[in-house]
Design a protein around this ligand. Structure first.
Ligand SMILES: [Zn+2]
Length: 383
């Protein structure tokens, strides 16, 4: 099931002209999600280095799982035995799974795309595998994720320096559309009790995005995503598509921008009318000593933090900032201790989740525009 209640739309009354920001409540089989929301990424059935208990404490409401990787390992027999991903990874709130399309796409030359699906060699053991819209739906049904993503072909921005042309983007987008219909048929046949989202493609071409969107809206799906961004395109191209597509999607359904992005991208994404985000950035950057804070980003490896007794972010209430200094975090990083990435991931995820909480509070209070101005000013101040 899925029920989306649109609670409020930003009046865009001058402080942020043209804002499409909105506040909503998304009810799924495993719980309620307040939007706008950031969803931590749990590729292999784990948000890397972070225990579910910590995710609860930092206010995570929904996390991602990865269809492709869970299909490879542990495999469907284990998933079936556990009745899905929730029990297996001991996360009992909502889960969204991607379709596997993006991972297959990432295999590059190791895959072959046809009308039927994608043939590729398993990156784990070299086995010849075939992923189709139907199989993606079957896997996600076994995973029992609350939100199932359609199987699509992620249009590349460039292939070895060749920028995708409009004609190529059209062929790709139209294939994704035909696959979306096959996904709907299979999803219904399986009597999957969860919610299937369609994915708007079309590369960097607004006219193709519009065509994709119009055709998907005709399928009357419970939610829609904007895919094919954050695939190596210049920032301004991403911002152009982000400004174009989300607010054109149906107002009474949730909108998900896939794979984006920095704190600034999230705030601008909310203003563009997006309700849901996911990105590996907070956890991946944490593992490289890159911390996000209210007053800009901080590289904990920098020698200036060797004796710094302040927490990573004095305004942050996460476990890391309540208990540890920058000097200690710097020390863990220098020694390659595994506690370093764990504590950094807790902080960065908390920062992202808290940022979305502040966005929701601002929207509730009718002060989103003022919030954005303060956010930009703070982030530029520097740590
Ligand atoms: Zn913190």
């Amino acid at each position: 099931m899925l029920n989306f209640e649109l609670l409020k739309t930003d009046p865009a009354d001058g402080a942020y002209p043209g804002s499409h920001a909105r506040r909503g409540t998304l009810t799924l089989n495993h719980g309620v999600v307040q939007t706008p929301i950031f969803m931590p990424v749990g590729t292999y059935g784990t948000v890397k280095g972070v225990m579910p208990q910590s995710l609860h404490e930092m206010g995570a409401q929904i996390i991602l799982g990865n269809t492709f990787h869970l299909w490879m390992r542990p495999g469907l027999d284990v998933m079936q035995q556990f009745g899905g991903l929730h029990k297996f990874e001991s996360w009992h709130k909502p889960i969204l799974t991607d379709s596997g399309g993006f991972q297959v796409w990432s295999l590059g030359e190791m895959r072959k795309i046809s009308e039927e699906g994608v043939k590729f060699a398993s990156p784990v053991n070299g086995d010849k595998l075939f992923l189709t819209p139907e199989i993606s739906m079957q896997i996600q049904t076994i995973l029992n994720s609350d939100i199932v993503m359609q199987f699509d072909e992620c249009t590349p921005y460039d292939t070895k320096g060749h920028i995708t042309t409009e004609a190529e983007a059209r062929i790709s987008m139209e294939l994704s559309l035909r696959w979306s219909k096959r996904c709907v048929d299979e999803f219904n046949k399986l009597q999957n009790p969860n919610a299937l989202f369609g994915i708007v493609q079309g590369g960097m071409f607004e006219n193709l995005r519009q065509e994709s969107l119009d055709a998907l809206v005709e399928l009357d799906l419970p939610g829609y995503a904007v895919g094919g961004v954050s695939v190596g395109e210049p920032k301004e191209e991403m911002l152009r598509i982000m400004a174009h597509t989300p607010h054109r999607l149906p107002a009474h359904k949730p909108r998900y921008l896939m794979g984006v992005g920095t704190p600034e991208d999230l705030v601008e994404g909310v203003a563009a009318g997006v309700d849901m985000f996911d990105c590996v950035m907070p956890t991946r950057n944490a593992r490289n000593g890159h911390m996000f804070t209210r007053f800009g980003d901080l590289k904990i490896r920098n020698a200036r933090y060797k004796t710094d007794e302040a927490p990573v972010d004095a305004t942050c209430s996460c476990y890391t900032c309540r208990n540890f200094s920058r000097a200690y975090m710097h020390h863990l990083d220098r020694c390659g201790e595994m506690l370093g990435p764990m504590l950094s991931s807790i902080h960065n995820l908390h920062y992202y989740l808290n940022l979305m909480q502040e966005v929701r509070d601002a929207l509730d209070a009718g002060k989103f525009g003022a919030f954005v101005l303060q956010f930009r000013q703070d982030r530029q101040r520097g740590v």
